[in-house]
Design a protein around this ligand. Structure first.
Ligand code: GLN
Length: 285
């Protein structure tokens, strides 16, 4: 392709065809989003007949090639939105999902009922999404955010710093509770819960570019969930609560297991906005 200016509609049409060939869902929308990224600002001001200079065209083609390899848009952009704030994300860190925003909202509702200066734990924090959501929701809460992955921890630290919350969010390397000795008013977690045999059928974006450790829940998807439930009571203060995301079809087994964990009461599973049984909660009785 020569170094000439092109019109927005042509560049988007060609881009969406390339993305469609690569099997990217919503190719037209994605082609437009990539063009915004190449332009460096929302394309709201750009009409279909407007001209795009060659340097933007070159940048666009590079972004298109990445997306064509099914690199998630958020990793190309290097950030993602979570509730009302932005998070840096990159290779090796799990991209927070909309259902985890719902988990955050539930945790925030619980947080509001806690006594002054509560302590919360985010297990497997990844980018720091849940920990930051909690810290932003209540000015007197302190959060310990743990993860086993150094790459995730680097992003969590960066996000905590960008949001100016180093005083109240401690990012710590720990394999679940391995380096956690405190007791908490609230524990939140979005653990890996995909059953290992199902990993191969995840979208290429997830399978190829997101950390397996954030997804792989063992043979039946419940390994991490069981581990967390079994150890949660000794890390919860009396009346302390745990809320945790779980996978489709796991509610029955999770509740059966939780019932047998001494000290865990008021266990329940609530549905997400799409109707899936998604949010386990329990209390230390
Ligand atoms: N819901 C995730 C997905 O889309 C799985 C998240 C998890 O295992 N915590 O792949």
């Amino acid at each position: 392709m020569g170094p000439k200016a092109e019109r927005v509609r042509d560049i988007v049409a060609r881009g969406s065809e390339a993305l469609a060939r690569a099997g990217v869902p919503n190719p037209v929308r994605e082609a437009r989003r990539l063009l915004s990224l190449a332009v460096g600002s929302p394309t709201a001001g750009l009409g279909p007949a407007d001209w795009v200079p060659p340097c933007v065209g070159r940048r666009y083609r590079a972004l298109l090639a990445q997306r064509g390899r099914r690199v998630p848009f958020q990793l190309i952009e290097g950030e993602t939105g979570f509730l009302d704030f932005d998070l840096a994300v990159g290779p090796g860190v799990f991209i927070p999902r909309p259902e985890t925003e719902e988990l955050a909202e539930r945790a925030i509702a619980l947080l509001r009922s806690l006594p002054p200066r509560p302590l919360a734990l985010d297990l497997g924090t990844g980018s720091g999404a849940l920990a930051l959501a909690l810290a932003r929701a209540r000015p007197d809460v302190s959060v310990i955010a743990v993860d086993v992955s150094p790459r995730a921890l680097a992003y969590a630290r960066r996000n905590v710093r960008v949001h100016g919350l180093e005083e109240r969010v401690e990012v710590r390397r720990s394999n679940w509770f391995s380096r956690v000795s405190e007791r908490f008013h609230l524990i939140v977690a979005n653990p890996p819960y995909v059953a290992r045999p199902e990993l191969a059928s995840l979208d290429p974006e997830v399978r190829r570019y997101e950390p397996r450790r954030a997804l792989d829940g063992g043979p039946d998807g419940l390994s991490a969930i069981r581990w967390i439930l079994a150890h949660a009571p000794r890390h919860l203060l009396p009346q302390g609560a745990i809320v945790m995301e779980i996978g489709d079809g796991q509610a029955e087994e999770v509740l059966r297991f939780a019932c047998r964990v001494p000290g865990l009461v008021e266990t329940r599973v609530d549905r997400d906005l799409r109707g899936g049984e998604r949010f386990f909660s329990g209390r230390c009785g």
